[in-house]
Design a protein around this ligand. Structure first.
Ligand SMILES: [Zn+2]
Ligand SMILES: [Zn+2]
Length: 451
């Protein structure tokens, strides 16, 4: 079996990996790069001939893993796509939203290839989606490959993928968290008999404070929100619609129940609401903390989102958990920031990843009084509000990923889903801890012999 990286750049990017065995082909993930637009945002499917794949496997519903699936399915017409049920249902909502975003971008930036797929096409390709549960091995028809999904603890439905073929095996972590979050339970991954480990390296260049605990980080956030409330201001928490919104909502609820937060209305909007409905739909049927807890019904402070409410109005002493997490132009959090930024009584709390070049990144690493351009077409605003950052990542720390790899002791490790410095950190560490193991940083399209 050989492996080829179809991702165009050494970064988190548009994840997609091709496995070739004899005349068979399996594709793992089909993402879209959130930092690029047009064809450049797709994986480069070059080495994969039209209608030649035996299976497509999707680990989870984040854009960088599922965003180009309709484009791939259009080139692989009758190929089955395997994923967990929540990944399929949430992924469908994400992809429909992506059609709307592409239509807007076509209008505003004249990107002619947009939309790359339509709502109608999305409904049609679902005929080839096959749902599989965690820990239930299944055959990939026409091949000798057996596959199973294992809970990755990252977001709803997220899976690591184990592939076995004639006594050999490969495990792909997808995006993984080995620590529990508020909703997601820690990953439950196999540790035995894995020859090849394909692993994410997102946090390879991130050092966590030695005194960090999730508990103290939550309390620190509660204190910041309380102080904002006392000052008569409001809090904006920019969040990704999928995963981070739901984790943040339940965390705020927990803090309120523990008397660490005053009662104050929480607003969410748009795509976040649709995804939260699905989290609630699967509340009793997925492996998670708070089984059966329904975010939209059981969180008292959450202001019921309405279908018609386009504009979110600012009021004092409220919390706004709005997407996107990086405050990208035209998104709800970006547009709402106009009502937050200039007033020193308000606070923006960052709770996840922010690209330094994004509007969120400019605020996060900005200095008080800096002029912030939220949108290139609009005037800059002074950064007068308070800005705080918290570490509630949905990705594992580099240390816990290493612990896992060092337990597995694979013959080969393939480093993916991370920037150059992040991958180099892992490479150096494994040189010491796994001296027998071949550590590979796959270049685009270059075939790597696995077994
Ligand atoms: Zn992810
Ligand atoms: Zn990812």
């Amino acid at each position: 079996m050989t492996f080829r990286n179809l991702t165009r750049r050494r970064e988190i990017g548009a994840n997609s990996y091709l496995l070739e065995t004899g005349s068979h082909r399996i594709v793992m993930d089909s993402g879209m790069d959130p930092k690029h637009t047009g064809f450049g945002a797709l994986p480069d499917f070059g080495p994969l001939p039209i209608n030649s794949a035996d299976a497509i496997i999707v680990t989870h519903a984040h854009h960088d893993h599922i965003g180009s699936l309709p484009v791939l399915q259009n080139r692989q017409r009758n190929t089955n796509v395997y994923m967990t049920e929540p990944t399929g249902e949430v992924g469908s909502a994400m992809l429909h939203n992506s059609v709307n975003v592409m239509m807007k971008q076509r209008e505003e930036h004249g990107i002619n290839e947009y939309p790359m797929f339509t709502h109608r096409e999305l409904d049609d390709i679902r005929a080839h989606w096959i749902y599989r549960d965690f820990e239930k091995p299944f055959d990939i028809p026409g091949t000798d490959v057996k596959c199973s999904f294992h809970d990755a603890g990252h977001i709803i439905g997220s899976a690591g993928v184990l592939l076995r073929e004639n006594g050999h095996s490969l495990f792909y972590t997808g995006d993984v968290n080995f620590e529990s979050q508020t909703i997601a339970q820690a990953a439950s991954f196999p540790e035995e008999n894995i020859d090849v480990l394909v692993m994410e390296t997102t946090r390879g260049d991130h050092v966590r404070r030695p005194d960090y605990t999730r508990r103290s980080e939550k309390e620190r956030m509660a204190a910041v929100i309380r102080e904002t409330w006392e000052a008569g201001g409001s809090v904006l928490i920019p969040v990704f619609a999928l995963g981070k919104t739901q984790e943040a909502l339940l965390m705020l609820h927990e803090l309120y129940e523990q008397d660490l937060l005053p009662e104050m209305p929480i607003f969410i909007g748009g795509l976040s609401t649709k995804i939260t409905v699905l989290y609630d739909h699967y509340a009793s049927r997925t492996r998670r903390h708070y089984p059966g807890f329904r975010l939209l019904e059981d969180i008292k402070m959450l202001v019921a989102p309405t279908k018609r409410r386009r504009e979110i109005n600012y009021q004092t002493r409220a919390i706004y958990a709005l997407s996107s997490g990086m405050m990208t132009e035209k998104t709800t959090s970006n547009q709402f920031a106009w009502k937050i930024l200039e007033n020193p009584k308000n606070t923006i709390c960052f709770v996840g990843y922010c690209d330094p070049d994004s509007p969120g990144g400019k605020i996060r690493w900005g200095k008080p009084g800096d002029l912030i351009k939220l949108d290139p077409k609009l005037p800059a605003l002074p950064l007068n509000c308070r800005v705080e950052s918290f570490d509630f990542s949905a990705h594992s720390t580099r240390e816990s990923i290493c612990d896992y790899a060092e337990k597995v002791r694979p013959k080969k490790v393939l480093l993916v889903h991370g920037d150059e410095p992040a991958q180099l950190w892992f490479e150096n560490r494994f040189r010491e801890t796994l001296p027998e193991c071949e550590v590979i940083r796959p270049e685009m399209h270059v075939p790597i012999e696995l077994w």
